[in-house]
Design a protein around this ligand. Structure first.
Ligand code: NAD
Ligand code: UDX
Length: 459
């Protein structure tokens, strides 16, 4: 099938950047990204590209280049479905918060709604592409919904999971390690492969059966997260043995069988994917009665929760076992640098714990708004909104966050944190002045030379 029009349902962190890059490389294809969230679509259409709902280095430039030429953002979902030959489903698949599988399984209601929407509207044959991360065998459910419409339309379902990481999404999309396409119909796979083929070499486009493709996405995230939990487990041992986790990571990473990436010890991984996808993997394994498999992967999450908790425990213990009434300056709220996304950020959990101990937190993050910070805390339901507002303030200037603070906690590895005037910060803080560097971004000996008591992860 020659593709001239694409619809992408879901204008989020994946749909937006992915379609922008496809549009840039396929100027002859009209791409419409649709969403039920009108506010989000309006932000994508904002003439001021600094107001796009997703912050990613390089994204605004591509949107500027393609928007209203061959890339469109709209709330008119039905028209976009009707006119397109290919439809990407790129909606959120969060962990279920209710019913069977609560706290573990992926909530597929948004995906199912998309399938039903497509089934209702489609009058011509379509290729439906699963771009969202889905449990293995979801394509079966989508197929069943689509095929029971009885309107004679043929649907081909492909699994095409996305491997971009936030903060480097554009770079990852422009130079992907691989594109994975799972499906039955060679013709449909060829159609999708030719779209990627406009900038990705064909040998990097991997074709598998649909189930391998779905499971590969969960497995990739589980393996990546497992490396972080592994090095974080070693970081705790380092703190008791005077080994240095950075040195250990470098030493093991030089073994080409291990490799050097994803070995940065940290306050714990965050983001919308790792925890959700591993919990989902654990749930699927358990549902097949594979308890050893489930327990094995669950340990990655248990270790990550432990790492976040022990960071705040250590801070409290070091501040003479109490943070009550003390000011803690928090640098960074996003789950990693170069994104405005805060989902599952370690900063949320560390703050929640410190506020439960009555600490006063002043947060500075270059890309996260005060409203978002309060929303994240309120979502935990630990205390009232008024109490969160009382204990947690967001400030626009990092020096203000740290002025008169008893301690600094670095939650995100934003580059700008390294270049602050740390001598000035030391002068302005209460003494002794403590730094808890959850990202190991500052130099221990420099900080100690200034006068700080410096604590980091695994050294
Ligand atoms: P997101 O929450 O940023 O965006 C999803 C969008 O879908 C929202 O704007 C929502 O309003 C919209 N939506 C939901 N139901 C809809 C419907 N029925 N019709 C129209 N719009 C609807 O989510 P995201 O981060 O872009 O993730 C999307 C999927 O991609 C998830 O399955 C996720 O696991 C996967 N994924 C995410 C990343 C990442 O880095 N964020 C990377 C790879 C894969
Ligand atoms: C991840 C996967 O990398 C990506 O392939 C998938 O498509 C979506 O999930 P993302 O969550 O956006 O991407 O970012 P990633 O770079 O993987 O970081 C996830 C978390 O792990 C962040 O909190 C990051 O700070 C942390 N991390 C990462 C570490 O603590 N140490 C590391 O060595 C690497």
């Amino acid at each position: 099938m020659k593709i001239t029009k694409i619809c992408c349902i879901g204008a989020g962190y994946v749909g937006g950047p992915t379609m922008a890059v496809i549009a840039k490389n396929n100027p002859h294809i009209k791409i419409t990204i649709v969403d039920i969230n009108a506010e989000r679509i309006a932000a994508w259409n904002d003439a001021d590209v600094s107001k796009l709902p997703v912050y990613e280095p390089g994204l605004a430039e591509i949107v500027k280049e393609t928007r209203n030429k061959n890339l469109f953002f709209s709330t008119d979902i039905n028209t976009a479905i009707d006119e397109s030959e290919m439809i990407f489903i790129s909606v959120n698949t969060p962990t279920k918060t209710f019913g069977k599988g609560k706290g573990m399984a992926a909530d597929l209601k948004y995906v199912e709604l998309c399938a039903r929407n497509i089934a209702d509207i489609a009058t011509t044959d379509k290729i439906v592409v699963e771009k969202s991360t889905l449990p293995v065998r979801t394509a079966q459910a989508i197929k069943s919904i689509l095929e029971n419409t009885g309107n004679g339309v043929t649907f081909d379902i492909l699994s095409n999971p996305e491997f971009l990481a936030e903060g480097t999404a554009i770079e990852d999309l422009l130079h992907p390690d691989r594109i994975l396409i799972g499906g039955e119909s060679e013709e449909a796979i060829d159609s999708l492969a030719s779209i990627y083929g406009s900038w990705v070499p064909q040998e990097n486009i991997l074709r598998t059966n649909v189930w391998s493709s779905e499971l590969s996405k969960l497995t990739a995230n589980a393996f990546l997260a497992q490396r972080i939990s592994s090095i974080n487990a070693i970081s705790e041992l380092c703190e008791h043995t005077e080994a240095n986790v950075n040195e250990v990571a470098k030493a093991i990473g030089m073994d080409s069988r291990i490799g050097s990436k994803f070995l940065k010890a940290s306050v714990g991984f965050g983001g919308s994917c790792f925890q959700k996808d591993i919990l989902n993997l654990v749930y699927i394994a358990r549902s097949y009665g594979l308890n050893e498999v489930a327990n094995y992967w669950e340990q990655v999450i248990i270790m990550n929760d432990h790492q976040k908790r022990r960071f705040s425990d250590r801070l409290i213990k070091t501040l003479y076992n109490t943070v009550s009434g003390k000011k803690i300056g928090l640098l960074g709220w996003a789950f990693k640098k170069d994104t405005n996304d805060t989902r599952e950020s370690a900063a949320i959990y560390v703050t929640d714990h410190l506020v439960s101990e009555q600490a006063h937190i002043a947060v500075y993050d270059p890309k996260v708004s005060a409203v978002k910070i309060q929303t994240d805390l309120n979502y935990l339901n630990t205390r009232t909104e008024a109490e969160n507002l009382k204990y947690v303030a967001s400030v626009e200037n990092p020096y203000e966050a740290l002025k008169n603070a008893h301690a600094v906690a670095i939650m995100t590895e934003w580059d700008e944190f390294k270049t602050y005037d740390w001598k000035q910060i030391y002068t302005d803080m209460k003494k002794p002045a403590f730094i808890f560097d959850g990202r190991n971004i500052l130099d221990k000996s420099n900080m100690e030379a200034i006068g700080f008591e410096y604590y980091s992860i695994g050294q």
